[in-house]
Design a protein around this ligand. Structure first.
Ligand SMILES: *[C@@H]1O[C@H](CO)[C@@H](O)[C@H](O)[C@H]1NC(C)=O
Ligand SMILES: *[C@@H]1O[C@H](CO)[C@@H](O)[C@H](O)[C@H]1NC(C)=O
Ligand SMILES: *[C@@H]1O[C@H](CO)[C@@H](O)[C@H](O)[C@H]1NC(C)=O
Ligand SMILES: *[C@@H]1O[C@H](CO)[C@@H](O)[C@H](O)[C@H]1NC(C)=O
Length: 565
């Protein structure tokens, strides 16, 4: 009875409350002011290896800041962004608010990478790059130092590849540093192996031995291979008085942005200053050329093929790919192919292909765009192609940027990874249920055609692609969150008087300052273990001693008896 009354009173209370809110709605409203006072700050985006697709996430985020700092009436920038990278890639068209200072000529990896195509891509294949990067360290460091001085840099955004000079200069000048990468791996996590190793991305279902190899043996081997390089790097660092900072040590970075998102990336626990902010995508993309638009509109099941610019296949594999496209069209699995082929070296293909039915076809016909259903394009507005409803499948190398665009547009993928992070991206896409993968050593025409057919027809692939599209779209807003956090760091560091002991203590958990043992409470667990062990030993000892005493007594009384007899 009382309960009933109480509920009645409660509902009246809520009713009154609603009336109150309703009445309130007639009042005047004033905007909540969300503006932050801008002060003039200089930001440097630094990348040693450069390259458009590699730089893009960092530049997209920096461009948001540049725009925010752009004082329209004043015509000056509160946030000035400078890019320091190899090559003469001028971002002026895409990023009019960012100016570039060059580190020197663009690096040339093609020679090294192409030579490795026939081999399994292992960590040691990366060593020549590591070596080049380290040899260039002192020079690079000096350039960073000059730019930091000339442009009065307040914050550094450093990418993660061979970019020690960027991290070190920020650390040496006691400036905040934001790291950016497309994957995150702190220590040797229990489930994830690195993108450079040959271990599966998830170790969830691997045997004990495999996990032991992936978590202990492989990292040890890598450290061993890297040791001489790290040694000479540290030598160079000493010569230029640089205070080293390691990208792998996210705890020391002010912020580590990771251009990925759950669904694509495996679920993972991250330290608070490591933030998943991907997929970072542009607000606008170039639209289709009329030629491409006509071609795609005239076909209903288009396969889009693009393998990036850094890796190239063997002649044998290129022939197989070309043959499988022709045969997939002949078998009506697909009705059109758009192939983004920036460069076609003369000797990449055999002059004639022999199809499975024994007929022959001239490759030059295809490469000169004479095939009615294969369109080869030197300029490929990739996003717009994937965005078209007639583009049903993306045949890709599985680079991070391409994967994000494909997921965003809900396009399933057939992935042929060549090396580096492409291997693990391929695995992640496959386990997300939106892709199938191919192996560069065992390419087979009928396997390719079967997989294309499956990807176009399977209902689960369609469902998963839709799901990933929603995830990618929702998460693509997070680049603004990335810019927000960088803005906070800028303000925090100037309010705090630079990067010192107190800097970002509101964000970085105490565990990191407490050291490995205390931070993980290992001393407490150790003591507990000691106590339990002590107790068990104590009990065992007491039992043992008691039994001994009892046995002695029995024995001696028995002896006594016998003597007495
Ligand atoms: C423009 O802005 C800068 C910094 O934000 C300030 O120093 C300068 O005085 C401003 N100029 C004018 C004309 O308002
Ligand atoms: C791990 O990788 C091997 C081959 O590299 C593959 O056969 C196996 O299915 C993978 N395991 C899982 C759980 O994906
Ligand atoms: C491991 O096996 C379980 C149970 O079969 C499965 O649910 C899970 O998806 C597997 N994980 C991976 C990474 O294959
Ligand atoms: C992507 O598709 C949507 C809807 O189909 C369209 O409005 C948009 O302009 C397209 N964007 C590009 C870059 O092609």
């Amino acid at each position: 009875m009382i309960k009933k009354h109480f509920i009645f009173l409660l509902s009246i209370f809520f009713l009154l409350n609603q009336v109150y809110i309703y009445v309130d709605a007639t009042r005047d409203y004033a905007p909540r002011n969300i503006d932050i006072e801008l002060s003039s700050k200089n930001i440097l985006v630094g990348s040693y290896i450069g390259g458009r697709s590699h730089l893009k996430p960092a530049l997209d985020i920096a461009a948001i800041l540049a725009e925010r700092g752009h004082n329209v009436n004043n015509k000056s920038f509160a946030y000035r962004v400078t890019l320091l990278t190899s090559g003469y890639y001028t971002p002026s068209l895409e990023y009019p608010n960012i100016k570039q200072v060059t580190l020197g000529p663009a690096l040339n990896y093609k020679e090294i990478l192409n030579a490795k195509f026939h081999k399994e891509f292992e960590f040691k294949e990366m060593l020549p790059f590591v070596e080049n990067g380290i040899i260039a360290y002192r020079e690079t460091y000096q350039k960073y130092k000059n730019v930091a001085k000339d442009y009065n840099i307040d914050l550094f955004i450093c990418d993660n590849l061979l970019n020690e000079a960027c991290l070190d200069i920020a650390n040496t000048l006691k400036k905040p540093v934001v790291g950016i990468s497309s994957f995150f791996k702190d220590t040797l996590g229990p489930q994830k192996s690195g993108p450079n190793s040959l271990c599966n991305v998830s170790l969830e279902n691997e045997s004990f031995l495999e996990r032991f190899k992936c978590i202990i043996v492989d990292p040890f081997k890598i450290s061993y291979m890297l040791y001489p390089f790290i040694k000479s790097l540290n030598n160079f660092r000493e010569q230029v008085n640089a205070k080293p900072l390691y990208m792998g040590n996210s705890q020391k970075l002010s912020l580590h942005l990771v251009d990925t998102f759950f669904g694509f990336e495996l679920p993972q626990t991250l330290p608070p200053n490591v933030q998943e902010i991907g997929p970072v995508l542009s607000e606008e993309y170039p639209s289709l050329t009329s030629e491409l638009s006509d071609f795609i509109n005239a076909h209903e099941r288009v396969l889009y093929v693009a393998f990036g610019t850094r890796f190239h296949g063997t002649v044998d594999n290129n022939n197989k790919l070309l043959q499988s496209f022709v045969e997939a069209i002949n078998k009506k699995v697909i009705d059109g192919v758009v192939w983004a082929l920036v460069v076609t070296p003369e000797d990449s293909y055999s002059p004639t292909l022999t199809l499975s039915d024994g007929s022959h076809i001239q490759t030059s016909l295809i490469l000169d765009n004479k095939h009615p259903h294969i369109h080869i394009s030197k300029f490929a507005p990739q996003f717009a192609i994937l965005n078209h409803t007639n583009t049903k499948l993306f045949f890709s190398h599985g680079g991070a940027g391409s994967s994000h665009e494909s997921l965003y547009t809900g396009t399933p993928m057939l992935v042929l990874p060549f090396g580096a992070d492409q291997m693990s991206n391929a695995e992640k896409l496959k386990s997300a249920g939106v892709a199938l993968t191919l192996n560069k050593f065992t390419l087979d025409v009928s396997d390719i055609i079967n997989k294309i057919d499956f990807l176009l027809k399977d209902e689960n692939i369609k469902k998963n692609s839709k799901r990933m599209e929603v995830l990618a779209k929702i998460n693509s807003k997070r680049k603004y969150r990335a810019a927000d956090t960088i803005e906070y760091i800028l303000h925090s560091s100037s309010l705090n008087g630079g990067v010192n002991e107190e800097f970002l203590n509101e964000w970085i958990p105490a565990e990191y300052r407490m050291g490995f043992i205390k931070g993980n409470n290992y001393d407490i667990y150790g003591a507990l273990f000691g106590i339990i062990f002590g107790l068990i030993c104590g009990i065992l000892c007491v039992t043992f001693i008691s039994i001994r005493i009892i046995l002695k007594r029995i024995f001696s009384s028995y002896n006594q008896k016998r003597k007495n007899e």
